[in-house]
Design a protein around this ligand. Sequence first.
Ligand SMILES: *Cc1c(COP(=O)(O)O)cnc(C)c1O
Length: 383
Amino acid sequence: MHRDTRIQHHGEDRERSLGSVGPPIYRTSLFTFPDCASFEKAFRGGRERHLYSRVSNPTVRVLEEKLADLEGAEDAIALASGMGAISAVLLAFLGSGDHLVLLSKAYAPTLSLARGLLRRMGVEVTFLPPEEVGDLERHLRPRTRLIYVESPASITFEVIDLEAVARVGRAKGIPTISDNSWASPIFLQPARLGIDMAVHSGTKYIGGHSDILLGVAAGRRDLLERVRSTAILLGASLSPEDAFLAVRGLRTLPLRMQRHGESAFLLARQLLVHDRVAEVLHPALPFFPGHALWKRQFSGSSGLFSFRLRGDVRRFADALGIFRLGVSWGGFESLVLPSALVAAGCAADDPRPDIPPDLIRLSVGLEDPGDLWADLERGFAAL
Ligand SMILES: *Cc1c(COP(=O)(O)O)cnc(C)c1O
């Protein structure tokens, strides 16, 4: 069956819920038992009987089964936020004296976690620049426990050769992780390239409506079991209400991704030839450095990209009406984020000197692309 058919039905047992077409929201913190024998059986495991919603919940499980199927992975875990998933993954495998290889242009809070908490725990971290991914092997140490990348990289969109990363990880027996939030499982399934685990901020495209926080880890079952038990102890569990909204988001994910991708590519091409634009950072543009690799490993591009403005970024952003200023991305609404503003906000503990001050990130939403271009032209006119 085609993915677009499975996404509507996989993981849902409608006979068990009176034929209800959507999954019931099991809004309960605990599950009760009529006798000691069934109570004991639930304790001994098996996800068939749920015990406590921090550990497992049937509505959350529907979402997890759908996510595993979409990722082409053995299993998936849905958690309270993307950072909840990323923290659980890193803390599940790293301890004092261990070594982590982390892409230097990963999502900023992931870098903060490595620089702060992980280092305080005694974990050694190598921040690997995107241009050195080809030399990954040279950066490994006897106690390297994880290789963590993100493709494309946050803000500047360098495309990472995930197959090459997976090959090194497999050869050395080191689990490989990739943040797959940008592509969503619709445009990239890291498991199919040999990556052991994908993580997501499901807050972005999977939720898609800017009304939930969600984290996902999907991949090898043996690794996920360690992540799951860590996440349970960290208390990063997803609420059944948000799991329901995520299932609802998934039903339109293929349609939304197509529209986000087409509109963003259209705007990127128009920006490319604008005399107020110095550079457009979008992997689907033919002259972008990672374009050939993107074409080989991804089946589409999403709605998030950046460009460098010749002019005052504040004046440009202030003149926009449809594109609103905000962090995050991946929702129905278009957003603009001048990187200089973010850099200023993070200056104290999170300097990111490698991001050009004239960079503007756009999250292209589901509005009419003609209206969005007219909005950007208002920005240019204000310069
Ligand atoms: C937003 C984001 C995260 C963190 O997800 P939250 O749901 O906000 O915790 C992780 N990775 C990337 C690439 C992101 O953009």
